[in-house]
Each structure stands twice: as C-alpha cells, then as structure tokens.
Design a protein around this ligand. Structure first.
Ligand SMILES: C[S@@+](CC[C@H](N)C(=O)[O-])C[C@H]1O[C@@H](n2cnc3c(N)ncnc32)[C@H](O)[C@@H]1O
Length: 209
C-alpha cells in the first residue's frame, strides 16, 4: 500500500488481478458496458486514472474504432507490467504511465475525456479531491469526466452477495455521493448517471469552460 493508494502487489496485481476481477463480475462484458456508456467519438484523446491492467483502455479504443489515443496512469508496477503485455499490438494507440492520479504529468486542457474505473475506492479522500481537480485541469473545454466507482448499493441479490466487498471498498465519499458537489466546484457539471451494476455507479460530468 502506497501513501497514494492501494498499489496491487504481487498477489492481487497483474494477471491475478484480471482473474479475481473476472470472478467478481469485472470481466470483458463489464468493460464493454462501461465503454458503451461513454460519449466517445472517433479520434478522441482519453486519459484513464488508475488504469490497472488496461482492460477498459482496450474497450475504449475498440469503441473509437482504433482512431483515438488512450493514456493510462497507475501506481502499480505489477498492473502496468501486465497491462503492457495486453496492449502490445496497440502500443501506438495506448500509452501507459507510472504515476499517481493526483499529480498528472500532462499540460492543461489536452484531453477530450478523462475516465476512472473502480480506482477512486483504492485511494484516500485527499487524493480523490486532488484527482478531480487534476481531471478538470487536463480536460479541454466541454470535455467529459467519467467517474465509475462502488457506491451505496441498490437492493438486489448481487448486492447482498457483494456485501463483504463493500465493507472494504466503499468509503464515505462514494456512499454519500459527494462527487457532484466536488466536480461542480471544479467546473464540471453532472450530465448523466447510470448504474453498471447495482453497486457500481457511472457518473458523466461535462466541463463547462
Ligand atoms: C481496482 S483496480 C481498477 C483498475 C482498472 N481501472 C479497472 O477498472 O480494471 C484500482 C487501480 O487503481 C490503482 N491506483 C490506486 N491508487 C492510485 C493512485 N493514487 N493513482 C493511480 N492509480 C492508483 C491501483 O494500482 C489499481 O491498479
């Protein structure tokens, strides 16, 4: 565990991450659904905060019909090493960086979209707030910020089955949906929200200026 978040070491990182994630319902169809909710267009430049093993990045490129550029940033060597092996054939479309989401190595207003998937729940409140500020800084005017994370579950059988997972992964921010206000303070207004699973919310914000 780094001071900036859970950096998925040897046991839970890399190939093992994909195995366990698929078991928990975060396999190919989850990322396909996530990408289908995003207002993606051909040729966009997209940044993924806490990209992990790049499963979402591959789907985003697929949805842009391999015409865009995706940049991923993650704390974990294990996740990034395995991600590199997955994106080998698409290394001119997807670029990965080691780093933390609250200190982005990019200039202002250079991305059409910033996304993050189940990574905010692996950081702390201070990092999450700075990451939102950074997302707004690097987003072009009218660009979108897509925030996918664990949330207060809707009542369903799968939510009950996932209860032990929530005990570790939810936090006050997600539970109380504070992101609408924090994003608004950073010039990003909520445009739409949907649930990818009863306990995974996808919020789409638009940058105003
Ligand atoms: C549960 S995984 C999700 C990975 C990927 N987004 C997905 O949907 O498959 C969370 C990821 O966030 C990364 N992470 C945690 N804190 C971070 C931070 N401060 N900056 C960048 N990445 C971080 C971890 O290393 C891990 O790969």
């Amino acid at each position: 565990m780094s001071a900036k978040g859970n950096d998925f070491g040897a046991i839970y990182g890399g190939k093992n991450y994909d195995f366990f994630a698929t078991l928990l319902g975060f396999g190919h169809s989850f990322y396909e659904k996530a990408a289908s909710e995003m207002p993606l267009e051909k040729g966009m430049k997209v940044l993924d905060l806490g990209c992990g093993t790049a499963s979402l990045d591959l789907e985003i490129e697929e949805k842009m019909e391999h015409t865009g550029k995706v940049f991923g940033i993650d704390l974990s060597n294990n996740q990034l090493n395995y991600a590199h092996s997955k994106i080998k054939e698409m290394s001119d479309e997807i670029t990965l960086y080691k780093g933390t989401m609250d200190e982005l190595p990019f200039k202002d207003m250079v991305f059409d979209m910033v996304v993050t998937s189940v990574a905010f729940c692996e950081t702390n409140a201070e990092v999450r707030r700075s990451a939102i500020k950074e997302a707004s800084r690097v987003l072009a005017s009218s660009g979108h910020f897509v925030l996918i994370d664990c949330t207060r579950p809707r009542v369903s059988l799968t939510s009950v089955m996932m209860l032990p997972f929530f005990m570790f992964k939810t936090n006050e921010d997600n539970w109380n949906n504070v992101y609408v206000e924090i994003c608004s303070e950073n010039s990003m207004k909520l445009e739409r929200e949907t649930y990818l699973k009863p306990y995974i919310r996808c919020q789409i914000f638009k940058k105003e200026n």
